[in-house]
Design a protein around this ligand. Structure first.
Ligand code: NAP
Length: 285
C-alpha cells in the first residue's frame, strides 16, 4: 500500500532538542553548575543496562554529567531507600532516574515515593503525577512529554480533536491522556477491558498506542487523515527489528502522520529526560 503519511521523525526531532540544550548547559557551567543525572539500577537486566548506557551516552553529548548507582539484584528495601536519600541530599545531583522494573522483592512504589519531586526528572512519582493532574508546574513523564514535543515540532494542533490513548499505565497512558487534555483534546482512554476498541479508534483524530502488543492497531481501525503515535516497542521472534503496537504500513496508508518504530517516540523519551534534567539544574540556580 502506498503511503502519503508524514513521518514524524523522532530521531531528527530528538537531535534538535538535544542541540537546543547545549547552550543552556554551557550557560549553567559558566556559572559553576554542571547538570548531573544519576540512574539507580538494581540487578543486571540487559535491557535496563542498555537503556541506561544510551541515556548516559546522550547526556554526555549534551554536556550533562551522568552516573549510575548499580546495586545488586539482592539489594534490600532499606538499603535502596538509603541510596535514594543520599541522592536527594546531594546538591551536585539534579536528576535521579530509578530504572524499572525493580527486582520483585522490592516495593517499587515506596522507592519512588522516597525520591524528591524536585529531582524526579522521569516525572513518575505520585507528586509529579499529582501536579500534572492538577495542572501545576512540575516534571512531566518523559515518554508522553517527548510525544507532546514531537506533536509541537510538527505543529499538530490537538485542540478540539478526538484523541484515543490505548493503555493506562502510570508512566505512559495516564499521563499522556492528561497531557492531551491540557492541550484541549477530547480524550478517551482504552485498556484491556475496553469493548469495541476498533470502533473507538475509527472515531479518533489522534491515536496514541501505548500497549505493548505487537501490531495490535490495524490499518482499517484508523480514520482517514488521523495522526498515529506508536509508543510500543515489542521484540518479536523471527523479526529482525522491534515492532510497535500499530501495523505500520497499513496505518501509514490511511493516516496523515505517523511515528515509525524505531525512530519515533523512543529517541524523544531520552531527549525529554535530558531536557527535564537541564530544567532541574536551572531551577536550583
Ligand atoms: P504496561 O504498563 O504493560 O501497560 C499496558 C497497557 O495496555 C495497560 O493499561 C493495559 O490495560 C493495556 N492493554 C493491554 N492489552 C490491551 C489490549 N488488548 N487492548 C487494549 N489495551 C490493552 O505498558 P507500558 O509501560 O505503558 O508500555 C506500553 C508500551 O510502550 C510497551 O510496548 C513499552 O515497551 C512501550 N514503551 C516505550 C517507551 C519509549 O520510550 N518508546 C517508554 C515506555 C514504554 P490494563 O491496564 O487493563 O491492563
Amino acid at each position: 500500500m502506498a503511503s502519503s503519511a508524514l513521518i514524524l521523525d523522532g530521531k531528527e526531532s530528538a537531535r534538535e532538542l538535544r542541540e537546543s540544550l547545549k547552550p543552556r548547559v554551557e550557560a549553567l557551567k559558566a556559572r559553576g553548575i554542571t547538570p548531573r543525572i544519576e540512574a539507580v539500577v538494581a540487578g543486571q537486566d540487559p535491557a535496563s543496562l542498555a537503556y541506561v548506557a544510551m541515556k548516559q551516552k546522550w547526556a554526555g553529548w549534551v554536556g550533562i554529567e551522568s552516573g549510575s548507582f548499580m546495586v545488586t539484584e539482592a539489594v534490600g528495601q532499606s538499603e535502596l531507600e538509603e541510596v535514594i536519600d543520599r541522592l536527594n541530599a546531594d546538591p551536585l545531583v539534579h536528576g535521579v532516574l530509578v530504572q524499572h522494573p525493580l527486582p520483585k522483592h522490592l516495593d517499587e512504589d515506596a522507592v519512588l515515593e522516597r525520591l524528591g519531586a524536585e529531582k524526579d526528572v522521569d516525572g513518575i512519582t505520585s507528586a509529579s503525577l499529582g501536579r500534572l493532574t492538577a495542572g501545576l508546574h512540575g516534571f512531566r513523564c518523559a515518554t508522553p512529554l517527548g510525544i507532546t514535543k514531537l506533536l509541537d515540532r510538527y505543529k499538530i494542533d490537538c485542540s478540539g480533536k478526538n484523541a484515543l490513548v490505548i493503555g493506562r499505565s502510570n508512566i505512559l497512558g495516564k499521563p499522556m491522556a492528561l497531557m492531551l487534555l491540557e492541550r484541549h483534546a477530547t480524550v478517551t482512554i482504552a485498556h484491556s477491558r475496553t469493548q469495541n476498541l476498533a470502533e473507538l479508534c475509527r472515531q479518533a483524530d489522534i491515536v496514541v498506542a501505548a500497549v505493548g502488543r505487537p501490531e495490535l492497531v490495524k490499518g482499517d481501525w484508523i480514520k482517514p487523515g488521523a495522526v498515529v503515535i506508536d509508543a510500543g516497542y515489542n521484540r518479536v521472534e523471527g523479526r529482525a527489528q522491534d515492532v510497535g503496537d500499530c501495523d505500520y504500513e497499513a496505518c501509514a496508508a490511511v493516516a496523515s502522520a505517523i511515528t515509525p518504530v524505531p525512530g519515533g517516540v523512543g529517541p524523544m523519551t531520552v531527549a525529554s529526560l535530558l531536557s527535564n534534567t537541564v530544567d532541574a539544574a536551572e531551577r536550583i540556580s
